[in-house]
Write a protein that binds this ligand. Structure first.
Ligand code: SF4
Length: 720
């Protein structure tokens, strides 16, 4: 076991890039998305070389360009190598760790004394390892005594999670291994574009098609994934529940539902019938914009499938109706039946690197480790016993991510924020407002490895280690826990996030609860904390993860093999049956009108990842996607007098943003698509709508009303 080295020197180190040698041919995992491709790291002529690990059973050696170039982030010249503090003249200046930690402790105490414990907030991220996620949640409750801890996964996975818990009793993104995708005969893929966002996953869809299977893609855009599909249902943004209900209406009409499965394994179907009866094809076509003939053909494909599979992603989920949208697609999967049999069922494709583990280990406002509810007395008693505190000392549920950020600096809101692994200035909805709220804080502390847009606003910035410089576990989109191995030391002056949390807790007088020798010791406590919980990691050890290339939770004992496929015998609900939910389509919070006549929808592109803090700094990736591009239908562009390649101003009720026009028939005439990876004038999240889903508190990133206009700068424009 490696002990992660730290530098306790009080003198800032020389900020000259250095490169620590790599342990020979280390097997580890890509730092980016939830596919968590297995990689091999080696060194050649002073550079880190990243290659696909052929023996890792998920990506089987395949990587996308983000993975191949990930080594460039490690010795990047912009890497933070010393703590920074804001000086009296407003400039961020290098300082020692002692000074930075003292300032944090003094600021936290001042806020607690003036406003109480809940005025100190914690904001985490879905790319943090399980160990960091666990320790961050414990840090909030035990070191700070605050209820206000949440994370950016609230912006990513919370609607799928909320729906799965309601209908199936448990939220594991894919309750089956990804290899099942290759064996399904008909797949309905909703709001998901893995050909761009997760290319190595496509090998399973390609195998499914090669074996004669059908793929039906539901998306407002004709994405790369839609282009290779059997059918593309190009729905109006925000009409997901209507299309699911409309397809179920046709299955019922044609007698194509699995009556035996519905009777034996589910409940609530009769209450659904009345709602589904109102989604006749003409009405569904009117709401969704998908022609009746296509709806009928898609329903027939699904109804005749022996191994049907329904998969959703952010397209359906990032809406104020996100939970209902997912419930509607779960209804469809349950009615098709055969769920629990291999190669069938419902799943969601997780996005962020540790999107799954990040929502299980306690950095969410309403949860404790093991996917336990914070309002469950038994869960509180168990976690309190692991943490060595009284159950009454664990605070209750706090504010969800957007609400926490929205309240910063106000009466009753958070006054000091400790932020780790997130960049809300770029990734939060209504981002200009969030930037304003961050500026209103008394103290903002950010840990990061680059000076992100959010770190640039901080009062204290702590330089942290990156993926290849520390050990830790991640949980991929299948619920497979994997071990990310450390290949090299962090640069001098840089500490791991675990070391940082321990050091701050120590400064606050709570160090005894945070005395861990390494990440494995944190994981061992996490195992005890999750024992008996929904996401039970008790039987998972670092040794087992290394020997088996990952273990699927739940895994309650060291003798247990883990659980690749769930629900074979029963669902995780109290009755053991899955629940249908009678959900209706409801309009998005904001519809186009005379002032804002188009839908705006947002998403990702191949060569950037999330808020772009890492990928915008990688030369090849920045060359491939240097700026935001607005996909606009040529008819729409002609009406707005916008030329291909021209700069465009996009305006919603929350602000304006700039993007370069790309005219394409792959987007609907009533819709504009812009990726969200950039800050500043190119930040599309300055425009997105923070209308929240009532259950998941997920903002409506995928739909709002927008106006587009040409900018006077038409440099590089081609004629329309
Ligand atoms: S970004 Fe995702 S798909 Fe691409 S190499 Fe990394 S883990 Fe694999």
């Amino acid at each position: 076991m490696h002990i992660v080295r730290s530098d306790n020197s009080s003198t800032p180190p020389d900020p000259v890039p250095t490169f620590a040698p790599i342990a020979t041919d280390t097997e580890t995992h890509c730092p980016y998305c939830a596919f968590q491709c297995g990689v091999r790291l080696s060194e050649s002529e002073g550079a880190v070389v990243v290659a696909g690990n052929q023996t890792f059973p998920v990506n089987k050696g395949a990587l996308c360009i983000k993975g191949f170039t990930a080594g460039q982030t490690l010795d990047h010249p912009e890497r933070l190598r010393t703590p920074l503090v804001r000086s009296s003249n407003g400039v961020l200046a290098p300082t020692s760790w002692d000074d930075a930690l003292d300032r944090i402790a003094a600021g936290v105490r001042a806020t607690q004394e003036s406003y109480g414990p809940h005025a100190v907030g914690v904001f985490g991220g879905g790319s943090l390892t399980n160990e960091k996620t666990y320790l961050l949640g414990k840090f909030a409750r035990v070191a700070l005594g605050t209820r206000n801890v949440d994370y950016n996964g609230r912006f990513c996975m919370s609607s799928a999670a909320g729906a799965a818990i309601k209908a199936l009793g448990v939220d594991r993104g894919l309750p089956f291994p990804v290899e099942d995708i290759a064996n399904a005969d008909v797949i309905l893929l909703v709001g998901c574009n893995p050909a761009e966002t997760m290319p190595p996953l496509m090998q399973y869809f390609q195998a499914q098609r090669a074996a004669g299977g059908s793929l039906i893609v539901v998306d407002p855009r004709r994405t790369l994934t839609a282009q290779m599909a059997t059918m593309h249902l190009r729905l109006t943004p925000g009409s997901d529940a209507a299309i699911a209900n409309g397809l179920l209406h046709l299955l019922l009409r044609d007698g194509a539902i699995d009556q035996g499965f519905v009777a034996e394994r589910t409940e609530g179907f009769e209450q659904l019938r009345g709602v589904i009866a109102t989604y006749w094809p003409e009405r569904t076509e009117k709401v969704t914009g998908v022609p009746e003939a296509d709806l009928v053909r898609a329903a027939r494909l699904l109804g005749s499938a022996k191994r049907p599979m329904v998969l959703t992603a952010r397209g359906a989920e990032q809406q104020a109706q996100g939970v209902n949208n997912v419930l509607a697609f779960i209804n469809l999967a349950l009615a098709l039946g055969r769920r629990g049999q291999p190669f069938t069922g419902f799943g969601t494709i997780t996005g962020q690197g540790n999107g799954q583990g990040g929502r299980e280990q306690g950095q969410k406002a309403d949860q404790l480790p093991g996917y336990r509810r914070i309002d469950d007395p038994a869960a509180r008693a168990h976690i309190a016993s692991v943490w060595g505190i009284a159950a009454d000392d664990i605070p209750g549920a706090g504010l969800s991510a957007y609400e926490l950020l929205d309240d910063m600096g106000r009466d009753g809101g958070v006054r000091t924020l400790f932020l780790m692994g997130s960049n809300p200035v770029v990734s939060a909805p209504r981002a200009l407002h969030i930037e304003e709220r961050l500026r209103a804080l008394d103290l903002l502390v950010v840990t990061d490895f680059f000076l992100s847009e959010t770190a640039a606003l901080a009062d204290v910035v702590l330089p942290s280690a990156q993926w290849a410089e520390e050990d830790g576990t991640m949980t991929n989109l299948e619920g497979r826990v994997i071990l990310r191995r450390r290949a090299m030391d962090p640069p001098p002056g840089v500490r791991t996030d675990l070391e940082i949390l321990m050091a701050v807790a120590d400064r606050l007088g709570r160090g005894a609860h945070f005395a861990f020798v390494d990440s494995e010791a944190v994981f061992d406590e996490l195992r005890r904390a999750t024992a008996g919980g929904v996401a039970d990691y008790a039987g998972i050890t670092y040794e087992k993860l290394e020997a088996r290339q990952g273990v699927f939770w739940p895994c309650p004992t060291e003798e247990h093999d883990g659980t690749p496929r769930m629900f074979a015998e029963r669902f995780a609900t109290p009755s053991g049956r899955a629940s249908f939910h009678a959900v209706r389509h409801e309009a998005p919070a904001e519809e186009p009108d005379a002032h804002y006549p188009l839908y705006l929808t947002t998403g990702r592109v191949l060569s950037q990842y999330q808020s772009g803090t890492q990928t915008r700094r990688v030369e090849q990736l920045a060359r491939l996607a240097p700026e935001p591009v607005a996909e606009i239908n040529p008819h729409t562009a002609r009406r707005a007098r916008i030329a291909d390649g021209a700069l465009v101003t996009l305006t919603t009720r929350r602000g304006s943003s700039t993007a370069r026009a790309k005219l394409t028939r792959d987007i609907r005439e009533d819709t504009v698509f812009v990726p969200f990876h950039w800050g500043g004038a190119g930040s599309i999240n300055r425009l997105t709508n923070p209308a929240l889903d009532p259950t998941s508190r997920m903002p409506e990133f995928k739909v709002c009303a927008v106006r587009i206009e040409p900018q006077s700068d038409r440099k590089g424009a081609k004629s329309a």
